[in-house]
Design a protein around this ligand. Structure first.
Ligand SMILES: [Zn+2]
Length: 523
């Protein structure tokens, strides 16, 4: 797909991957972990293929909710935000995520960029002063129309909104409605998958209103001051969304110019409207190109229920890591969901998946191959001679897997990419049964053939590790270590089959990559 290549100034292929900013009054859970794990997988995938890749995550730290939570904790808002943001960051670091920058909306360069863009849009006449009255929910930090309320109450908080009338600054969003419609017509994959593009087109059938973008300091001081009126701070949209620009703008004009048009935002569907409508119109007003794709995923339920504190069913990434390992958790989330659709998390299903795909299928392939290599040849890799059609068939199965994996990840079909890789490992396991090296080895005259079969299996392990590396990076690194190859062996494209192991190369003895989990050990 040519739209995926992100060719930049010098022809280098690039991609810029972002998570949403996480709001510091919530803790990392399955939903936030899912978005960032997808981004990490995508970033690793393109990095492995030699792309200039930039991967951004961070925290959203301004606003009424934070200033109230800080007051409740008897802390200044910045100290509160420092503490919670650090906790977020510590979680993601413990998960082994490979982001290039962790941005905070309180970072000085971000404050500067927000003020520059506000001033520019103001100077161009797209921000004006006006008065606004409406029903306001402090929990949501937004005004509601009568139509949006449920029996007069905020649908999220079940509380009665208060009528607030005040003077504020507004962004002329309505002015950009036609241009946004045209952009969606011209670029059918601007918003993916298509169901969300259709949702946005439906929203755009109604006239857009201008967007209130400020709060008087008298009511809320914890925010970025408007550069053209120090009685106000900017509110949510210019403060938060511009982070995507700040992070790459700091890399200098050339890299910014090359990376920005390749921006791939990943979000959950609850923040579709601000990312699909507010953000592109803001970019138009700021004279910046639109992002390449807005990629929208669904929600996770847990055993069929919405995750909530009151139900006590919040799934925390570090708990899952402690229980099963981060790779197993990553694998199951990516394998059990279809990007864009809702998915259900069940720990029993997770255990079944780990045992079947990781312990049995992949784990056995690694341990059988390496233990035969030890038993028959003391770990020394043998020359590939006497190559037969069944050997070529296994190579072709891996070539197919590599091609499908590439296509499916570019189309965000991560579960299909994993299926394709595991079809190849299935094939390799069957190849062991059918070629029966353990039987052939009883006849010394057949040892050269056994050596060839094992050489082909070692190449299968190597290519499995390469293809699986974006999804289960620790496991791929362990396989490469067992093969006694350097970490660079995971880069793509790698050497051809038969050319990866120099003469006399020795591989290591097997270890269990994924111990089988007894199903009764979980709840
Ligand atoms: Zn509310």
């Amino acid at each position: 797909m040519p739209s995926e290549t992100g060719a930049g100034l010098s022809g280098t292929q690039r991609i810029y991957v972002t998570t949403p900013l996480y709001y510091v009054n919530a803790e990392p859970h399955l939903g936030s972990a899912y978005t960032i794990l997808i981004c990490d997988t995508i970033a690793r995938f393109y990095r492995q293929r030699g792309y200039d890749t930039f991967f951004l995550t961070g925290t959203d730290e301004h606003g009424a909710k934070i200033s109230e939570a800080a007051a409740a904790a008897a802390e200044p808002p910045k100290a509160y935000a420092d503490r919670i943001s650090a906790a977020f960051r510590a979680t993601w670091e413990a998960c082994g995520l490979t982001y290039d920058r962790f941005i905070r909306t309180t970072d000085q360069d971000h404050v500067r960029t927000v003020q520059e863009i506000l001033q520019q849009v103001y100077d161009a006449g797209d921000i004006y002063f006006g008065s606004y009255g409406g029903l306001y929910c402090t929990g949501c930090e937004r005004f509601y129309t009568e139509k949006e309320l449920a029996d007069g109450l905020c649908p999220d908080h079940q509380s009665k909104p208060t009528w607030i009338e005040e003077e504020n600054y507004f962004f002329r969003m309505a002015k950009y409605q036609d241009r946004l419609r045209a952009a969606l017509d011209e670029r059918p994959d601007l918003i993916r998958p298509e169901r969300y593009r259709n949702e946005v087109r439906a929203m755009l059938r109604e006239p857009l209103e201008d967007l209130c973008i400020s709060r008087p300091k008298a009511r809320l001081s914890w925010g970025i001051e408007l550069p053209f009126d120090d009685r106000f701070v900017t509110y949510v949209w210019f403060d938060a969304l511009i982070n995507y620009v700040t992070a790459v703008k700091e890399l200098g004009p050339e890299r910014f110019g090359a990376l920005w048009p390749t921006a791939n935002h990943f979000i959950a569907k609850d923040i579709l409207k601000p990312h699909a409508i507010y953000w592109p119109t803001m970019l138009m007003a700021a004279g910046l190109p639109l992002y390449q794709h807005l990629n929208v995923h669904g929600y996770w339920t847990v055993n069929g229920d919405k995750m909530s504190k009151s139900l006590g069913n919040i799934v925390r990434p570090l708990d899952m890591q402690a229980r099963y390992g981060m790779d197993a958790f990553r694998y199951v989330l990516l394998r059990e969901s279809v990007f864009g659709l809702d998915a259900d998390f069940r720990e029993g299903a997770l255990v079944t998946r780990i045992n079947a795909d990781l312990a049995n299928n992949l784990g056995n392939l690694v341990s059988r191959t390496l233990s035969m290599q030890q038993r028959y040849f003391g770990g020394r890799v043998q020359p590939r001679i006497d190559v037969r059609p069944e050997d070529n068939a296994l190579e072709r199965a891996y070539d197919d897997a590599a091609r499908q994996c590439d296509e499916q990840v570019r189309a965000l079909m991560l579960s299909r990419a994993l299926e394709a890789i595991w079809r190849a490992t299935d094939h390799a396991n069957k190849y062991i049964v059918e070629t029966a090296p353990f039987t052939l080895a009883k006849d010394p005259a057949m040892l050269p053939r056994v050596g060839t079969i094992l050489h082909i299996l070692l190449d299968s392990l190597r290519v499995t590790a390469q293809l699986a590396a974006p999804f289960i990076p620790e496991t791929s690194a362990r396989i490469v270590t067992l093969l006694n190859l350097p970490p660079e062996a995971l880069a793509l494209p790698g050497p051809a089959w038969g050319e990866a192991f120099p003469a006399g190369h020795t591989v290591r003895a097997p270890v269990a990559l994924f111990p089988r989990i007894e199903p009764h050990a979980t709840t």
